[in-house]
Write a protein that binds this ligand. Structure first.
Ligand SMILES: Cc1cc2nc3c(=O)[nH]c(=O)nc-3n(C[C@H](O)[C@H](O)[C@H](O)COP(=O)(O)O)c2cc1C
Length: 202
């Protein structure tokens, strides 16, 4: 069983609908560690050694956050700037993250049709998340497409929230238990729907 680290970033969790629901749902899953970055570092004084140790202790690293200004909330950028040190995350001696799985779980206010070349946001989510993908690649992480929950501002019924929560849990457990072909998964646009389960897949 793989160990899963969720680095969660939401600056106002009390106002969160979807991310709070996702966090509440994954907290108790065996092998999952929830690391709430804004709660742990309200002053942005990130403990680099602690964060590096957490990464080393886990096999799958997830960054879960709302999309803010087509990017991550600020603390995720700060985390990248401080934690991904030369000689640890990259460079000839920096191999601490090599081979670990990596993906983002993001929520967006706007709906999926706006994240198309003809939509009002013009760019696809895949294009907007490219800097994070490039960062992951440089650090030797195995990048997977995002688990994306779009259209939160259109309103989320309790049924929809439950559906997203169940899919997120299913994605995490499937990856934790190595029940999916990771290469096949990396070709998809998003992780919300997984390919058919394969017995003993790595
Ligand atoms: C500062 C800020 C920036 C935002 N930027 C975007 C954005 O670029 N694109 C988008 O679709 N939604 C944007 N939103 C909406 C959030 O993504 C949305 O409220 C969030 O995903 C909902 O998740 P929650 O219920 O967990 O808060 C932004 C919201 C805030 C507060």
């Amino acid at each position: 069983m793989k160990k899963v680290l969720i680095n969660f970033a939401h600056p106002v969790k009390s106002r969160s609908k979807i991310n709070k629901a996702l966090c509440d749902a994954v907290k108790g899953i065996e092998g999952v560690t929830l690391n709430d970055l804004y709660a742990n570092y309200p002053d942005f004084m990130i403990d680099t050694e602690r964060e590096q140790r957490l990464c080393e202790e886990h096999d799958i690293i997830i960054f879960q956050h709302p999309l803010y200004w087509y990017s991550t909330p600020a603390i995720v950028k700060e985390w990248f700037d401080l934690v991904l040190e030369h000689g640890w995350a990259y460079g000839s001696m920096g191999k601490a993250l090599h081979g670990k799985l990596f993906f983002q779980c993001i929520s967006t206010g706007a709906d999926s049709s706006s994240y198309q070349p003809a939509g009002y946001n013009e760019y696809t989510l895949k294009q907007l998340l490219a800097p994070v993908k490039a960062t992951a690649k440089l650090c030797g992480l195995v990048w997977l497409p995002p688990f994306a929950i779009t259209g939160v501002h259109q309103g989320l019924s309790a049924d929809k929230i439950e559906n997203h929560v169940n899919r997120y849990k299913h994605t995490i457990i499937t990856l934790r238990d190595s029940l999916v072909d990771v290469h096949e998964l990396s070709q998809q646009d998003e992780l919300n729907v997984l390919p058919t389960k394969k017995e003993g897949a790595k």
